[in-house]
Design a protein around this ligand. Structure first.
Ligand code: ATP
Length: 456
């Protein structure tokens, strides 16, 4: 066999010959044989005769569209990596193709060459290092623990969203792992070697968040004693994670919209425009659409940021993940604390599966951490967990019909919002009204409490 034949085969399909040519040019430095087709039918005929490693297809084509083409390729060459090129407005269709296992990744048009090369090289390297490639085992979103169907779907969506180079919005209750997901999107993209910088929008006044994001020149506001670089500049080439985006003051919402539209910003007090290249991931525990309806968030900014929406289910809705996460945290903290814990008593596991976890994974993590510090033994009992919950959120061991449990009897079910409110109010009471201390007890940001109080 000649050297050329051993190179992995990459197929490009786009009805526009210029697009084929520019992808070809972009992949010139990739170690692969690249074949391009303007006709999906010709591409299929080629694929029937050759073992391909990867296919990049346009989404909208006359005759056979990208979805149908890649579906056929999945059947003909299930081991191949399938990338769809798409204008992001078609995200719903792309998402469907993805969930059906038809595509592995999508890249928006116009694409960045670095993203395309990164995706192709990754796929080819994976292909070469693992004889039989299993798509779901690619090392993406690896830090996210969870085997439930919803978490599998989320991990797939992260793989797809990373590198698409359009804004991603992550929604989930407090402590569900929004920052973790944002970071996974960063790590799975070609921006991985550049910084990932997170900023909690709720922690600042309008002026400070402006300076924090876009920088400020000396004297722009009281306290600006020297020029400062904003997060957009610091994260250049990487990712900016804007947490609790709905708390952004309206003035900054307007500025952010302009910045995203024009791809440049002006530091506070300056007249010089600065262009930037960063991926934007934003997140909120409030649905963006709800914030828009409540008049707290600009609708035009909503459309800009919500291009790829990712949603994380609350922990209580993914029972099988509770045991997996709990075991992971037990082994981690037991080791860290020099303890002997190796397992949970079976009653502990069923207790943890029944509990509502209003603070989600963060609360589970902190509870097990606390139990590892405060208790000893080889098996972690239900009492140890209850004891920590009692200290943190005033959980009452004697209340058999405790509102913190998921009840089977519909009439006794207490809305989660009430459970959460009770936990927060009880923590605030314990701290004599000190929100920062209450937040520390609940292991959430003070901004989370302020936001919820505002809502009540
Ligand atoms: N699926 C998961 N696997 C492993 N750790 C997780 C997972 N989800 C969350 N965590 C852990 O839970 C904690 C909270 O996660 P994170 O800060 O990402 O949540 P969040 O939704 O951004 O919280 P907040 O709404 O308060 O900003 C972190 O320590 C994180 O590592």
């Amino acid at each position: 066999m000649s050297q050329a034949k051993e190179l992995p085969i990459v197929v490009i399909v786009d009805d526009e010959p210029e697009i084929c040519t520019s992808i070809n040019r972009c992949l010139m430095r990739v170690n692969a044989q690249v074949h391009s087709f303007t006709s999906p039918r010709q591409a299929l005929n080629f694929i029937k005769e050759h073992e391909i490693a990867l296919i990049i297809s346009d989404q909208r084509m006359p005759d056979i569209d990208g979805h149908d083409l890649l579906k056929q390729v999945r059947n003909l060459a299930p081991q191949s990596t399938r990338i769809m090129l798409s204008a992001y407005q078609d995200f719903d269709d792309v998402s469907k193709s993805f969930n059906e296992g038809i595509i592995d990744k999508f890249i928006s048009k116009p694409w960045k060459n670095v993203d395309l090369v990164f995706a192709v090289e990754n796929a080819i390297n994976a292909e070469h290092s693992i004889e039989s490639k299993v798509t779901s085992s690619k090392p993406v979103a690896g830090d996210i623990i969870g085997e439930s169907t919803v978490m599998h779907t989320l991990k797939q969506q992260i793989k797809m969203a990373a590198g698409a180079n359009v804004p991603i919005f992550v929604h989930g209750e407090t402590g569900t792992g929004k920052e973790l997901v944002a970071n996974a999107c960063h790590k799975a993209s070609s921006r991985v070697k550049h910084p990932f910088i997170a900023v909690n929008c709720a922690n600042f006044s309008e002026q400070l968040i402006d300076a924090q994001l876009f920088g400020a020149v000396k004297g722009a506001y009281t306290g600006a004693v020297k020029d400062s670089q904003g997060i957009f500049a610091q994260a250049d080439g990487g990712t900016v994670f804007l947490d609790e985006i709905t708390t952004l003051p309206l003035g900054i919402q307007a500025k952010l919209l302009r910045v995203l539209q024009e791809r440049e910003y002006t530091p506070l007090g300056s007249t010089v425009c600065v262009s930037f290249d960063t991926q934007i991931v934003s997140a909120s525990s409030v649905k963006l659409s709800d914030a828009v309806n409540a008049g707290e968030f600009r609708e035009d900014l909503f459309y800009r940021l919500n291009v790829i929406p990712l949603s994380i289910a609350p922990l209580r809705e993914r029972g099988e993940d509770i045991a997996i996460l709990a075991n992971y945290f037990l082994s981690k903290f037991s080791k860290e604390q020099g303890k002997q814990f190796t397992d949970f008593a079976s009653s502990t596991t069923s207790f943890m599966k029944q509990y509502h976890w209003p603070g989600n994974v963060r609360q589970l993590e902190n509870t097990i951490h606390g139990a590892c510090i405060m208790h000893d033994g080889t098996e972690m009992t239900r009492e140890m967990i209850e004891n920590i919950l009692q200290q943190h959120v005033g959980f009452n061991q004697n209340e058999s019909t405790s509102s913190t449990f998921i009840e089977n009897d519909d009439e006794n079910v207490v809305p989660l919002a009430d459970v959460e409110r009770k936990a927060i109010e009880s923590a605030i009471d314990k701290c004599n009204g000190n929100i920062s201390q209450a937040a520390a007890l609940l292991k959430v940001n003070p901004s989370t409490i302020y936001r919820k109080m505002q809502k009540w």
